[in-house]
Design a protein around this ligand. Structure first.
Ligand SMILES: *[C@@H]1O[C@H](CO)[C@@H](O)[C@H](O)[C@H]1NC(C)=O
Ligand SMILES: *[C@@H]1O[C@H](CO)[C@@H](O)[C@H](O)[C@H]1NC(C)=O
Ligand SMILES: *[C@@H]1O[C@H](CO)[C@@H](O)[C@H](O)[C@H]1NC(C)=O
Ligand SMILES: *[C@@H]1O[C@H](CO)[C@@H](O)[C@H](O)[C@H]1NC(C)=O
Ligand SMILES: *[C@@H]1O[C@H](CO)[C@@H](O)[C@H](O)[C@H]1NC(C)=O
Ligand SMILES: *[C@@H]1O[C@H](CO)[C@@H](O)[C@H](O)[C@H]1NC(C)=O
Length: 937
């Protein structure tokens, strides 16, 4: 058996002292908890930005301290500036008895790349994770627990042992149930339905390079048929399960991802879960405990064999100990009238909590399979955590984040009265109706493009046969496992329920993040415009919009397995209801960038509620609204009734700019990193799916060709450009190729006679160069300006490109600034410049930020005034003079009491929010124009 200890050497070690030779710099950055300092700290990862040229990657070190002195820190680089200096780092802190209110991360080094000699201190080996690998498994010892991950087989985590040597969890595996049909089909023939049970089949297990304070084990595989109830079924539903383990922690954080690769008409998921066995051998039934999290920190206290409430009382010493989860006094000390009769007291083997709606859960228990269930009084929203174990043998708690928000979910405890009990956390409850991902309508006879376009006129749905498919969409869930030597207190489990649902996050101060420009120059903190009445009014409106959407999520129950994290697009004021059932008006799928509005709002304010709103969106859009397998990989789906129902598959929806802040602030969340990589695949999808196939002028002959893709600079290129930039920053496997493609675009795009006003042109996805569109081979200049081109993150992406790479050639910047200037310019000016005006454009409010961008770059105060004028007087956005209030709808007017703002559409809200934030940052408030708030292009 080969045994190697990984993880003793961090790429970037800890600094003890600095032998400053030559020029060295040092910067101390404070990070604070997003919410209050947590009562439980099981280890945390976070990210920090650094300004261009400040810290060279090969000559800088990082250390951490809190009020109580130095803290062990693992650090790594997540992004680089083009000169090799550090742009984003990731950091991990191990678990601690108590969390400090804040930590100081100190970077020390040189921005020049000339290695200042640093004396590195070895990380104290007694406090770090030990990783050992054999041919068959990976073993990770955090100091509190040792977990074993087999490299093949059915199990994803074969054992969890506490430091005192108790094995408290075994045989962790994924479980999946499915069926080939549902009873309500036309045939109604339940007998014709096949039922299957699947289990995980591991194909690939890897461990992170750095492991000292945080170790990441990634297990990949697929679900294989375990039990053939009837019929046969191929392996399906590929998964990636990531286990995060922290030094000195008894918790394991799990990020569980599946991709739906079934056939919607024949593959109905009827249960999806994660299951662990809990060894209970040797523990008396009355010393075995079941704990289930209820509402607002509530905990159900049960013993497998309960001794309270009986006709004969064993005494307070016994019943209190059992309630508290402590080992009972020896049975010989109990009163004889109890002691001699324990065989008549039932044991409860199975517990089941089902959360089939966001409003209520039921719990039941039974003595064993084959006997009736007994109802336990339930509640509204369960915390999603269950514990099974014993006072002496220890046990395991398992929790699912956002348990009730992702309904239908459930928790099973089984076989608690046998030698091996188990806990199953159901991410999709087998007690719910099977997951139905079939199209919601039959095509309505729309068998030609002409009919499809006509249908769009009435329902706004852009439908086409075969495109309404869930094949390739994904879902990610976050779970925690906690291991114990003995049954923990209810208070501890309550804390862990909090930890599971609101994993503590550390973030730097907004002003610091802004100063580094690592997330562009298009947002600034409210302090930058303090003292302006106009800015103050906008601040309160932005706050209103954010709170409105937070409230709507709750009142309209925008929750569910697929839905949590999305919001709706358009409001139906007649029904007092969002248009959840109208073609193109239902789920928003990031239309016009509400994600960016919320992230920018968080960045500038640091508000925890906004982070959580945006985080749920980041976890939804890139997964459910985007494709990860098949022809559409890398693309997303336009807004619609189902997240995948619309036939417009475009990169404007999957663009990673919507997840970039989350990716870096989280310290490089690996799943989000995968999603960003997947967008690079859009290059191939552009060949398979022509986004404008239905609407293009038929006289334009176009066949998709990787060397000549007819793309829109905003809705297509802008999205892959965002992915290229992040790949370049990350120095991912394709970073040089991505950098070169961007640089080629910088060189060739401005050669299009009309620059960005060309709108659509031919893109060579092999090298990043552009050529004139097929209808203008001689580059005489075409004018195609769409209101959609720059409202899907292209403004922010181009700003980040220019900030990242100060050598962007001036002609590219000028071409962009011209577009920014002319979009809102008078038609006469457009015509004078391009020979033709742009027609009647809308979304002028949303485009005021382009005008502002040009104003700052040109240092033109008149233009800045024009930007604010566009913002305040646009007729198709939100009006500053709208009521900015909600109206309560109650009584028999609607199903439930709701607060309505029928003057809001999500398109308008997203653009109002984004433009207000960006204009304030770029040109200052309307009553205090300031062209030097943030950096200039
Ligand atoms: C860094 O190293 C280069 C090459 O060795 C040298 O020319 C330059 O002066 C050094 N810069 C500093 C600040 O030490
Ligand atoms: C390492 O940590 C242990 C436990 O905290 C402590 O007792 C020991 O002194 C430390 N060793 C060094 C070299 O700092
Ligand atoms: C296993 O994962 C690693 C890292 O993601 C990857 O490079 C490798 O190709 C994978 N191997 C298999 C057999 O899937
Ligand atoms: C209950 O426990 C206390 C403290 O351990 C002990 O003094 C007392 O004798 C016990 N009472 C009974 C009835 O066993
Ligand atoms: C859980 O979180 C809530 C909300 O932050 C807090 O009020 C409560 O005290 C926490 N409970 C525990 C046990 O930490
Ligand atoms: C994928 O695209 C190819 C080429 O356009 C096409 O032949 C094939 O049918 C598509 N596959 C699916 C599943 O749509």
């Amino acid at each position: 058996m080969s045994k190697s200890v990984l993880g003793c050497v961090a790429l970037i070690g800890l600094v003890n002292s600095v032998q400053a030779q030559g020029r060295s710099t040092s910067e101390a950055v404070k990070v604070k908890w997003l919410e209050d300092a947590p009562k439980y700290n099981g280890g945390v990862t976070f990210g920090l930005p650094w300004a261009l040229g400040q810290f060279s990657a090969n000559a800088s070190t990082f250390s951490a301290s809190s009020g109580n002195g130095d803290v062990q820190l693992q650090s790594w680089i997540n992004a680089y500036w083009p000169d090799g200096s550090i742009k984003w780092t990731g950091h991990a802190l191990g678990a601690s008895e108590s969390a400090s209110d804040e930590y100081t991360i100190t970077a020390t080094g040189s921005g020049t790349g000339n290695a200042t000699r640093l004396r590195k201190r070895a990380i104290n080996d007694t406090n770090v994770i030990q990783v050992t690998q054999t041919a068959d498994n990976i073993r990770v010892n955090t100091g509190k627990i040792t977990a074993e991950f087999p490299k093949s087989g059915d199990s994803i985590l074969s054992s969890i042992k506490t430091s005192s040597g108790k094995t408290v969890g075994t045989n962790g595996r994924l479980v999946l149930r499915s069926q080939s049909g549902v009873g309500d089909d036309d045939s109604g023939d339940a007998a014709a339905v096949d039922y299957y049970n699947f289990i995980s089949k591991v194909s690939n297990v890897t461990v992170s390079k750095e492991t000292s304070i945080r170790t990441l084990v990634t297990v990949q595989g697929i679900h294989r048929l375990e039990e053939k109830l009837s019929g046969t079924h191929k392996d399906w539903l590929p998964f990636t399960v990531r286990f995060y383990l922290y030094a000195n922690s008894e918790a394991i954080r799990i990020v569980h991802t599946i991709i739906y690769d079934g056939e919607s008409k024949n593959d109905f998921i009827s249960g999806l879960g994660v299951k662990f066995d809990v060894p209970l051998e040797g523990e008396e039934f009355y010393d075995r405990h079941v704990r289930i999290a209820g509402v607002d920190g509530g905990i159900l206290h049960e013993a497998v064999q309960g001794l309270s409430g009986l006709r004969r009382d064993p005494g307070k010493n016994v019943t209190d100990a059992q309630y508290e989860g402590k080992k009972l006094p020896d049975i010989s000390t109990w009163p004889a009238n109890v002691r001699t009769r324990t065989q008549w007291i039932p044991t409860w083997s199975d517990y089941r909590l089902t959360q089939l709606s966001p409003d209520g859960f039921n719990i039941q228990k039974r003595t064993k399979a084959g006997q009736s269930w007994l109802k336990i009084p339930g509640g509204t929203r369960a915390g999603g955590l269950a514990y099974l174990g014993g006072a002496t043998v220890g046990g395991l708690a398992v929790g699912l984040r956002d348990f009730w928000k992702k309904y239908p979910t459930s928790l099973d405890i089984s076989n608690a009265a046998t030698d091996t009990g188990s806990i199953t956390l159901w991410l999709y409850s087998p007690s719910a109706e099977p997951l139905d991902v079939r199209p919601y309508h039959d095509g309505l006879g729309e068998d030609t493009y002409a009919k499809q376009l006509d249908a769009l006129e009435i329902t706004y749905e852009d439908w086409e046969g075969g495109y309404d498919t869930p094949y390739g969409v994904a879902r990610t869930n976050e779970l925690y496992i906690y291991a114990f030597d003995s049954t923990p207190t209810a208070e501890k489990l309550s804390q862990l329920t909090n930890n599971t649902n609101e994993p503590p996050a550390l973030v730097a101060d907004s002003a610091y993040i802004a100063e580094t420009k690592a997330l562009g120059t298009y947002w600034a903190t409210p302090e930058s415009t303090v003292g302006s009445a106009k800015a103050e009014a906008l601040e309160s409106q932005l706050d209103f919009l954010v709170k409105f959407y937070e409230g709507q999520v709750e009142q309209r129950r925008w929750y569910g397995f697929w839905d949590h994290g999305d919001i709706m697009h358009t409001y139906d004021r007649v029904r007092h209801q969002w248009s959840y059932d109208v073609g193109g008006y239902a789920w928003d799928n990031s239309e016009l960038s509400p994600d960016l509005f919320f992230w920018n709002f968080f960045l500038r304010t640091g508000r925890a509620d906004v982070f959580r709103l945006a985080e749920a969106q980041a976890r939804h859009g890139g997964e459910v609204d985007s494709y990860h397998l098949g022809n559409f990989t890398g693309l997303g789906t336009r807004h619609g009734v189902q997240h995948w129902s619309d036939s417009a598959k475009q990169a404007r929806i999957s663009t990673p700019i919507y997840r970039k802040a989350f990716f870096y602030l989280s310290g490089g969340d690996e799943r989000t990193g995968d999603l960003i990589h997947a967008v690079l695949e859009a290059e191939k999808a552009f060949v398979l799916v022509d986004a404008r196939r239905k609407v293009r002028d038929p006289s334009i002959i176009y066949t998709p060709d990787p060397e000549a893709l007819f793309l829109n600079f905003g809705t297509d290129w802008g999205s892959i450009a965002a992915a290229y930039l992040i790949e370049w920053e990350r120095r991912g496997p394709r970073w040089e190729e991505c950098r070169d493609k961007l640089i080629n675009t910088f060189k060739t795009f401005p050669k299009l006679k009309n620059g960005f006003v060309t709108g659509e042109a031919l893109y060579n996805s092999l090298d990043g160069t552009w050529a004139p569109p097929p209808n203008d081979p001689d580059n005489a200049g075409t004018v195609t300006v769409s209101h959609l081109s720059s409202v899907f993150g292209v403004v922010e992406t181009i700003d980040e490109l220019i900030t990242h790479y100060p050598s962007v050639p001036q002609p590219f910047v000028d071409a962009w600034l011209d577009y920014c200037y002319y979009y809102g310019a008078p038609k006469a000016e457009q015509k004078a410049r391009y020979g033709k005006d742009f027609g009647n454009l809308n979304l002028k409010q949303g485009h005021s930020r382009l005008t502002a961008y040009a104003a700052r770059a040109r240092q033109n105060a008149t233009l800045a005034a024009r930007a604010w004028n566009e913002f305040y007087t646009s007729t198709d956005g939100l009006s500053p003079n709208a009521s900015w209030q909600t109206v309560r709808i109650d009584g028999d007017k609607s199903l439930t009491v709701v607060d309505e703002a029928d003057w809001i559409s999500t398109n308008a809200a997203a653009l109002y929010g984004l433009s207000a934030i960006e204009n304030l940052a770029i040109i200052g408030a309307a009553d205090k124009i300031n062209l030097n708030v943030t950096g200039s292009a």
